[in-house]
Ligand binder design. Structure first.
Ligand code: BF8
Length: 671
């Protein structure tokens, strides 16, 4: 592949990003966009055919019949590469869950400065799922037991991780038969590394069997724990108005951008930024106050709970610094580019690392400690405020969009059924009648090798036209937010008539923002409740639903895809495949690729595929949804059937004489 500098429109479909990419070029600075153009990927590594797990290699396999020095075949090497990526993704999500569990424990013991249990109802609900007594007990007592139970899941050696009980009955049975129920979260990740050490597991299917178990320890383990505890400590999300894109930065305020994943620090920075003492300190420095915003999943965490604006998704992290208006970019864990520090050298921005697990040479390190969280948060904000005087010329693109995030499982339940009859019945009914053709979960990253946000938003918009209800998380949700797709009324004229009727009736946007990447666990619990509600089969693999990660890039995305597949979903990744092989040059170099699709489908009813062509992604999504509808015996999807939306129908009816209107509405002749 030859190097080629793409146009700004090819690099990003977001006008704010294009404006900043022009600025980067004018200043002679590089970004991930330009580095992706300059860095031609290694074609052997990209195909998953390079093995570097021992010192006899790296072995680069490019011919039929060739093996590594140890004799490893292409499919063994690909399976090992894939499981290692899945294990890293599962480790990242789950370690986040572990930190949340330790924070819950500290809060329960009164040792965590500034935190409280905000959602006692969720605490009680979750605790009772595991048989933890809740009657006549204080929130702290219950939280203590729940924290102990959750902490124990990481080091557990035998049995099954506790949150598995929340999966549909039939699915649990299937997992039991297949032997993929995780015994303990850390154990599965460690075993994935052990099995792929030189001279261990060499059977690709056997390796991939453990990949499934490892991913389940993430989705039905660490991620679910992270989401539960975030809700308990910071509140279960409910719809709230927010904004997204670089235009949320403010020229007359101290701009602090929080970037990363764990809400423990960011929530405390939100609290500290509203402290009168901090506001006064900012005023003394000549600013109107502190303006907080987020990048990546931290953005999602504080956006959906506090309405704090999102400055952008993964590829916006450097662009925010390029505005020259950011006093501090505060980072914790995951998805933080090392390039930030060098880029920040050209401005006054301070990159502040906070996690004991993540340091970057050249960054300021202010270590976070949940026992003194508020004190640390204030220290960070004072450091940012002190830096305000060093600000030079700024360039903030005036591009921002409103959005309504916060559609947790609990809120959807309430929204669909009301306080006394909370249920998913209306959603199931709408799918069964064909008003909603099916559901797509569109999640995951930005990847500078494709046009930022384009794949994500194009797939979303096309599926909405086809009456597919879309739920989103992660950087994909921010991509839709920037395009105005996360607004109740705004996007509805672009939506199929049946789906539009449901959205108008219930009062939901056609794209539901469900949170950060660990909150993909919310999608699992929603699917489970849809099964339990009845009418859509007795397991997740029967629901007309598809999961897509059109711009994936992280190992976490691979773990998410695998646990969704094992839960019964058809999962489509866009962009490139890490195990594509080179079937045009090396016969059978796509064995693993075929196994994770056809092979896994036979075992789990779900499958995982990498599809580069965006129209093909949409075609296969719709074909899968229609097939699942047919398998359930549901009426064939008919775009004409609900042609006129609720509002349009009412306008038509209002034109009719009263007698005809009544007859049309109630089927009864007028008196
Ligand atoms: O965990 S979507 S780029 S920020 S990995 Fe990273 Fe991907 Fe964004 Fe959140 Ni998820």
């Amino acid at each position: 592949m030859a190097k080629r500098k793409r146009s700004y429109e090819e690099q990003s479909s977001d006008p704010a990003a294009q404006e900043m990419l022009i600025r980067a070029d004018e200043l002679g600075l590089t970004t991930a966009f330009s580095r992706a153009d300059d860095m031609v990927p290694c074609n052997i590594g990209a195909a998953g055919m390079c093995c570097k797990i021992c010192g006899m290699g790296p072995c680069r396999l490019t011919k039929d019949g060739q093996t590594g020095v140890c004799g490893a075949t292409i499919d063994t090497i690909q399976a090992r590469n894939l499981i290692r990526a899945i294990a890293a993704g599962a480790a990242a999500h789950s370690d986040h869950g572990r930190d949340m569990a330790f924070t819950l424990k500290a809060v329960a013991n009164g040792e965590a400065e500034g935190y409280m249990i905000r959602d006692v109802a969720k605490l009680r609900n979750v605790a009772s799922l595991y048989g933890i007594p809740i009657d006549k007990r204080s929130p702290s007592e219950i939280a203590n037991d729940l924290a102990d139970l959750y902490i124990a899941q990481f080091g557990q050696q035998k049995g099954s991780v506790a949150p598995i009980i929340r999966a549909p009955e039939k699915r649990k049975k299937l997992w039991e038969e297949q032997g993929v129920i995780p015994r303990g979260i850390d154990r599965e990740v460690v075993e994935a590394l052990h099995r792929t050490h030189i001279g261990d597991d060499q059977d690709p299917e056997h390796i991939l069997h453990h990949a499934v178990r490892t991913s389940l320890s993430d989705g039905w383990g660490g991620s679910l724990i992270a989401t539960d505890i975030s809700d308990i400590l910071f509140g279960t999300p409910a719809p709230i108005v927010g904004q997204a894109n670089l235009g949320v930065l403010k020229d007359d305020m101290v701009n602090v951008v929080v970037h990363g994943h764990e809400p423990t620090l960011s929530e405390m920075i939100v609290a500290a930024s509203q402290d009168p003492e901090i506001i006064e300190y900012a005023r003394e420095a000549g600013a109107k106050g502190v303006n907080l915003s987020g990048i990546c999943c931290t953005a999602n965490e504080i956006l959906m709970r506090q309405g704090i604006p999102a400055a952008g998704n993964f590829l916006h992290q450097e662009l925010a610094i390029l505005t020259g208006a950011v006093e501090a970019m505060v980072v914790d864990v995951q998805c933080i580019m090392q390039a930030l520090v060098k880029l920040a050298d050209n401005f006054h921005t301070q990159v502040i690392t906070t996690s004991p697990k993540v340091k970057i040479k050249g960054a300021v390190h202010i270590q976070f400690d949940e026992h003194q969280a508020l004190t640390v948060a204030k220290q960070i904000l004072r450091t940012a405020i002190d830096n305000y005087k060093n600000r030079g010329k700024t360039h903030i693109p005036q591009v921002r969009e409103d959005l309504v995030p916060g559609f947790s499982h609990e809120y959807l339940n309430y929204m669909l059924g009301g306080t006394y009859r909370a249920s998913f019945r209306p959603l199931n009914d709408a799918i069964m009648s064909g008003r909603i053709r099916g559901v797509a979960a569109i999640v995951g990253c930005n990847n500078p090798r494709s046009t930022q946000d384009y794949l994500h938003t194009h797939v979303t918009q096309e599926l909405l036209k086809q009456d597919v209800l879309v739920v989103e998380t992660g950087c994909g949700a921010i991509a839709s937010a920037k395009l105005g797709l996360l607004l109740g009324e705004a996007g509805l004229d672009q939506v199929g008539a049946g789906l539009r009727q449901v959205c108008e009736t219930v009062g939901i946007p056609p794209v539901l923002h469900m949170g950060s990447c660990v909150d993909n666990s919310r999608i699992l619990t929603v699917l489970t409740q849809m099964v339990e509600e009845g009418g859509l089969g007795d397991d997740i693999d029967q629901i007309p639903a598809v999961g897509l990660a059109p711009e994936w890039m992280s190992e976490k995305a691979l773990s998410i895809g695998t646990y969704c597949m094992a839960s019964g979903a058809y999962v489509i990744f866009g962009g490139s495949s890490p195990i594509s092989g080179m079937p045009d040059r090396v016969a059978d170099s796509d064995l693993v690729l075929r196994y994770i699709s056809e092979g896994w489908e036979k075992l789990y009813g779900g499958k995982m595929e990498f599809i580069a062509d965006v129209d093909e992604m949409i075609r296969r999504t719709l074909a899968h949804i229609d097939q699942k509808r047919a398998d359930l015996g549901l009426p064939e999807y008919d775009p004409e059937r609900f042609e006129v939306s609720g509002d349009g129908r009412m306008q038509e009816l209002e034109q009719l004489p009263l007698a005809e209107r009544r007859a049309a509405l109630y089927g009864t002749p007028a008196d």
